[in-house]
Design a protein around this ligand. Structure first.
Ligand code: SF4
Ligand code: SF4
Length: 372
């Protein structure tokens, strides 16, 4: 193994916002323990030491939540000290953090700049769209706090990108959202369609937020065509969703796990040290071990880890005969829940993805020539 990404949940599922669509709160409600609280110093030290003991050349520590800034700046200062202490093999280390942006003061932001953190900010568009879901516990919107933080990130020249969760409601306003981001000068965007919830039996159920096939298609098609025109006119904005298709067309690997055709084994570490194979599966059934007591090397190779991987290599008959398999890979296995007797269902977004390629593949191939 040459590179590893370790996704750390310093504050478990705790968050200072009360977004209704939060997939991590939903997953956590399906565990015996909803939140493991804040990660303590001993656990953090185990995570960093255990990770840097691996035979790797590079490592990305990625902090997510819940809201990972809740643990405070000293936690992250300790991260840097421990990385220096245990990096005996001169491994190339990078750090990134995904945050709702409402708990970041100047000292946090200066720290991110000084230590080269890549910051992902969760923002869902202009105020009325963002505030419709991303609310404080007193029901007030969080948009103004996020924008203040973005101004500070710009002031201190911290590298950041925007991650937007797309709901059934906001998907219909994607043109407005995209225009807003362009006016703000944001150039790195990622859109995440809201996924179906688990229930206690780990079967997906429908709810108000997730996009049905037709809505998802319209969202993809509208956004892509706006972006296509911009790229052709020399405005280079990166939208990860489409850049991944272009990468595949150009013969590179996609960055989105779901496009690979099977599950990659991620390393997600909860605040108590428990390790899971994927951010979407931090539930008791898929607890692989605990990084305080087991080597990461063995955790990633144990029987449960193998089972997680093996159940993902099943390819649905429709996907086997699909012209778009190389681009789509059948999609994220979480979109193929429920698994029945270990066999996944067909991707519930398939119809929209097929229709998107039917109507836009030629344009995608044309766009690939604009990127090296
Ligand atoms: S469930 Fe999706 S994101 Fe998770 S490992 Fe599988 S394909 Fe990747
Ligand atoms: S478009 Fe549908 S059938 Fe084709 S690979 Fe993707 S999920 Fe499978």
């Amino acid at each position: 193994m040459k590179n590893i990404t370790v996704l750390i949940k310093p504050s478990s599922s705790d968050c200072n916002l009360n977004c209704k669509y939060c997939f991590y709160k939903d997953s956590s409600r399906n565990r015996e323990t909803y939140s493991y609280g804040f990660m303590n110093d001993d656990t953090l030290e185990s995570v960093i030491k255990n990770t840097l003991d691996q035979e790797i050349f590079s490592c990305n520590f990625m902090f997510q939540g819940g809201e990972p800034t809740l643990v405070g700046l000293n936690f992250y200062k300790n991260v840097i000290l421990l990385q220096k202490k245990y990096n005996k093999k001169n491994i190339h280390i990078t750090n990134s953090i995904q945050t709702n942006g409402i708990n970041l003061d100047e000292s946090f932001i200066k720290f991110f700049k000084e230590n080269n953190f890549l910051v992902g900010i969760s923002l869902d568009g202009p105020k009325y769209i963002h505030d419709s879901n991303r609310k404080h516990y007193n029901d007030s919107g969080s948009f103004d706090d996020v924008i203040s933080t973005i101004m500070l990130l710009k002031k201190y020249k911290v590298e950041f990108n925007i991650l937007s969760v797309v709901t059934k409601y906001s998907s219909k306003l994607v043109g407005i959202i995209y225009e807003f981001y362009k006016n703000q000068g944001f150039t790195y965007l990622q859109f995440i369609p809201c996924i179906k919830e688990y229930n206690r039996d780990c079967k997906s159920i429908e709810r108000d937020y997730y996009l049905d096939s037709n809505t998802y298609y319209k969202f993809l098609d509208t956004l892509f065509n706006l972006w296509n025109e911009d790229v052709i006119n020399g405005k280079f904005i990166e939208i990860r969703n489409f850049m991944d298709y272009i990468n595949v067309i150009k013969g590179y690997n996609p960055t989105s796990c779901g496009m690979g055709g099977f599950c990659s084994l991620h390393t997600v570490v909860e605040s108590n040290g428990d390790v899971y194979p994927c951010d979407f599966y931090c539930i008791d059934e898929w607890r692989l071990g605990n990084i305080k007591y087991n080597s990461l090397y063995y955790i990633r190779r144990n029987d449960l880890a193998k089972k997680f991987f093996e159940r993902s290599i099943y390819i649905h008959d429709e996907c086997k005969h699909c012209n778009y398999f190389k681009l789509c890979g059948g999609g994220c296995r979480r979109n193929q829940e429920p698994f029945i007797n270990g066999i996944p269902s067909h991707n519930y977004q398939c119809e929209s993805i097929k229709k998107f390629f039917d109507n836009n593949l030629k344009k995608l191939i044309n766009l690939a020539k604009y990127y090296i």
